[in-house]
Design a protein around this ligand. Structure first.
Ligand code: BTN
Length: 243
């Protein structure tokens, strides 16, 4: 395997680092940093990135199918992260549709996919993953949702081993996704799905939809069952429905 992995002490954002260098990159090139001064989350949020204790990783990929395939791609990334963490001893790690990694019903890791490219053209994609490994409460005061780190769950992983495993698995999973699409991943998602067969609330804009989560469809849409009828949704955020 001849892809590159840059290790950077301090950077604004590992995603930005690759976005700034896209013209010189090849699919599978990746970087990790010890600290991000301007770590980014989805929906314009900041990603709290204390020094040395977590994993901040980004990878470049040129997706020949174009930007329309990015939705499926982001689910594949979640599967890869969850499986890599499970293999290193975190047996209870799960995925949350479409883009989070969960442990004990709290957020363990987040995924941010940034892309450029018009419909019809190949898309230039930067995949970013932030995984909470050993972050402590003071650094994380600004986080306004339930979060957890691996150490709290009693799992210590070697960061180098984890980075290498994720990078290698991402390279082969994304190559398989380009060839075969999402189909080979749908069953893997179902085994990892934190919400499968649980009552959830889907929030799309200010609309609330209640149903039982039934996994994902072949396009990566969320399947919700309401009154015995299943329907797929794209977009929005799910949460557990209070009983
Ligand atoms: C989210 O859940 O909102 C997505 C968080 C993604 C964070 C990672 S950390 C590495 C990469 N660089 C960034 O600036 N963001 C992503």
């Amino acid at each position: 395997d001849n892809g590159r992995l840059a290790v950077i002490p301090v950077i604004d954002s590992t995603n930005q680092y690759l976005l700034d260098r896209m013209d010189r990159l090849q699919s599978g090139d990746a970087c990790v940093a010890e600290y991000q001064q301007a770590g980014r989350g989805r929906r314009g949020r900041q990603w709290i990135s204390p020094f040395g204790v977590n994993l901040y990783l980004s990878m470049y990929w040129r997706l020949e199918q174009g930007p329309a395939a990015a939705m499926g791609l982001s689910l594949v990334i979640g599967i890869v992260l969850a499986e890599a963490l499970q293999e290193l001893g975190a047996a209870n790690v799960r995925v949350k549709w479409p883009n989070d990694i969960y442990l004990e019903d709290r957020k363990l890791a987040g995924i941010l996919v940034e892309l450029t490219g018009k419909t019809g053209d190949a898309a230039q994609i930067v995949i970013g993953a932030g995984i909470n490994l050993g972050m402590r409460a003071p650094a994380a005061e600004a986080i306004n949702q339930g979060w957890i780190n691996l150490q709290e769950a009693g799992v210590t992983v070697n960061r180098n081993a984890l980075s290498a495993r994720i990078v290698n698995k991402l390279r082969s999973a994304l190559a398989q996704f380009e060839q075969d699409g999402l189909t080979p991943f749908v069953g893997r998602w179902a085994r990892l799905d934190n919400f499968i067969d649980r009552p959830v609330k889907l929030l799309i804009g200010d609309r609330e939809i209640f149903g039982i989560a039934r996994g994902i469809d072949q396009q990566g849409g969320l399947i919700l069952e309401q009154n015995g009828v299943k329907k797929s949704w794209v977009g929005g955020e799910i949460s557990l429905r209070p009983q």
